[in-house]
Design a protein around this ligand. Structure first.
Ligand code: IPD
Ligand code: CA
Ligand code: CA
Ligand code: CA
Length: 263
């Protein structure tokens, strides 16, 4: 895989923040965990990782804007480019010592995603994509899975936790999908759910009420791996609605057909 200068910047930044997260994973008891809302945790690990990403990305591209989950916001002098960053996606997993979490970086130019990265430092899996250049896991080219029967498919979802989302709607969605598929999964890191769809590990994924930083890095990776990703309506933009449905063309259409009428 030939990496552009831009992707090099993203990879270097993610790897440095990833080393910080790995160090912090070994010291969960010292991370000064606080709550932003019910079950909505934030810790020193999230904040340190975001600071590093902010510094590295700003150093490399001082004009670009920056929008990060933990408050690192900056309007750039270059109004067309903006980084959308989740420094630690899957904080709840992280704080429980579950090594399934990611760093997510998306880059938008004039409102269009042109590059994305999702990195799990715990197993050193690095997913990258640039517009028109394909998607990769480390240096291996990615393609979404080809299954066309829902009963062969493994589908991931997000479940709203205490204090967030519509729990009744979520139960209806699960009840509608469960009898139709080979398996439902809930892994707890939206960016990695998207990356797993791109890698063909998951056939599809849906979740409501996400934030742009959960989605931006993974969205372009799914697209560049040949997947379809939209909001619940099937043709809307997940970055504006916060809702995501994705899979190959067939699975995406089936998921929309099942989920859309429920709410
Ligand atoms: C969360 C994770 C989780 C999803 C939540 C997100 P965070 O992000 O992506 O899988 O279900 O909605 O908020 O807060 O751990 O970065
Ligand atoms: Ca969070
Ligand atoms: Ca997140
Ligand atoms: Ca986060």
């Amino acid at each position: 895989m030939l990496q552009s200068a831009l992707m090099n910047v993203m990879v270097k930044a993610a790897r440095r923040a990833g080393r910080s997260l790995k160090r912090d994973l070994g010291e969960i008891e010292n991370l000064q965990v606080s709550l932003k809302g019910p079950a909505n945790f934030v810790s020193l690990a999230d904040k340190r990782a975001e600071e590093m990403l902010y510094d590295d990305l700003n150093k490399a591209r001082p004009d670009y804007g920056f929008h990060g989950e933990e408050g690192g916001n900056r309007e750039g002098t270059d109004k067309s480019h903006i980084w959308i960053v989740d420094p630690l996606d899957g904080t709840t997993n992280f704080l429980h010592g579950i090594p399934h979490f990611g760093i997510s970086i998306g880059l938008q130019r004039d409102g269009v995603l042109i590059a994305g990265l999702v990195y799990n430092p715990a197993n050193d899996e690095l997913y990258t994509a640039e517009r028109g250049k394909g998607a990769f896991l480390n240096d291996q080219r990615l393609r979404v899975a080809g299954r066309r029967q829902m009963n062969d498919c493994v589908i991931a979802c997000g479940l709203p936790h205490i204090g967030r989302g519509d729990h009744e709607l979520s139960r209806r969605e699960m009840a509608a999908l469960q009898p139709k598929v080979a398996g439902l999964r809930r892994f707890g890191a939206a960016s990695l759910d998207l990356a797993f769809v791109a890698a063909g590990r998951l056939d599809g994924y849906w979740e409501r009420n996400l934030q742009p930083w959960d989605i931006a890095g993974g969205q372009i990776i799914v697209r560049e791996a040949g997947g379809i990703i939209s909001g619940i309506q099937g043709d809307d933009d997940p970055l504006t609605t916060g809702h995501v449905v994705c899979g190959n063309e067939f699975v995406h259409a089936e998921l929309v057909k099942i989920i859309k009428p429920l709410g």
